[in-house]
Write a protein that binds this ligand. Structure first.
Ligand code: S5P
Length: 265
């Protein structure tokens, strides 16, 4: 299916190159799933690509939680992800001033050289987005920043007035790909979508086919309801990588999210 037909108004208004790339990958895979690949060994990560790569559009990594990380093993993992037509989203949650964030895109992990997307908090002000974009620019690559507008964990401090300020500032910035919203509360997501409009993505963690409370304060909502409420990508971790049969689960999340997109458009 053509991306324009599947995404409707979002295709026309989300013009950041990386947003268009994501929407096309999602159409090729018929999946709005970003797998939170929270495994702590390189073997575990590579196995996930083999098992579920065909059912997901993006891989969300936490590069600093891998026990046996090495530059060579990571480079191999990234080419495997590219071969499987997956975007790589480093969930680094940058939060420092612009100039330091730019430097943090380099360093040991060299995030700028392999990430297509990164997360950032806007707590230090809007220059962080320029810093991260400059990081990609330093290696002649392009990427997109997802700003945390809401969080899924209980007791978080991203209160509604903070969310509104992140949305107002981020919506006006061309380097912002979109926002992280809370997938566990469809009604909050609907109002977030109203504020964001159609020109930015909303990606949502806190989604699981089994709704309710997760480990250590995580909360879960239903994938279909999240997409109908305005989510453009469901970020699913343990629902897939801890399942007995990850491929079967990934397929189910892909179908739920893709059908919900078609229902929404
Ligand atoms: O508010 C948030 C933001 C993020 S990016 N809540 C989250 O859970 N996340 C991330 O989504 C978190 O870092 C983890 O990698 C993933 C959720 O994993 P799950 O196992 O709970 O599905």
């Amino acid at each position: 299916m053509q991306a324009e037909a599947a995404w409707g108004v979002r295709w026309h208004q989300c013009t950041l190159p990386m947003a268009r790339t994501y929407m096309e990958v999602a159409c090729r895979k018929q999946s709005l799933v970003c797998l939170a690949a929270d495994r702590s060994t390189m073997a575990g990560l590579n196995q996930l690509i083999d098992e579920v790569g065909q059912y997901v559009a993006a891989l969300k990594t936490h590069v600093d939680l891998i026990d046996d990380w090495s530059p060579e093993a990571w480079a191999e993992f990234c080419s495997k992800a590219q071969e499987a037509d997956l975007l790589i989203f480093e969930d680094r949650k940058f939060a420092d001033i612009g100039g330091i964030s730019r430097k943090q895109m380099a360093g040991v992990y060299d995030i700028r050289s392999w990430s297509d997307l990164v997360t950032a908090h806007l707590i230090s002000g809007p220059d962080i987005v320029d810093g991260l974009q400059a990081g990609w620019g330093d290696v002649h690559r392009n990427g997109g920043v997802l700003l945390l507008a809401q969080m899924s964990s209980r007791g978080n401090l991203l209160h509604p007035d903070y969310t509104d300020k992140v949305v107002a500032s981020g919506s006006a910035h061309p380097g912002v790909f979109g926002f992280i919203g809370n997938g566990s509360r469809p009604e909050e997501l609907t109002s977030l979508r109203e504020k964001v409009g159609d020109s930015k993505m909303i990606w949502t963690p806190g989604v699981n086919l089994a709704v309710g409370d997760g480990e250590m304060g995580q909360r879960y909502g239903d994938p279909r309801l999240a997409v109908l409420a305005g989510s453009d990508c469901i970020i699913v971790g343990s629902g897939i990588h801890k399942a007995e049969r990850p491929a079967g689960q990934a397929k189910a999340y892909a179908a739920a999210s893709w059908n919900a997109l078609l229902e929404r458009t």
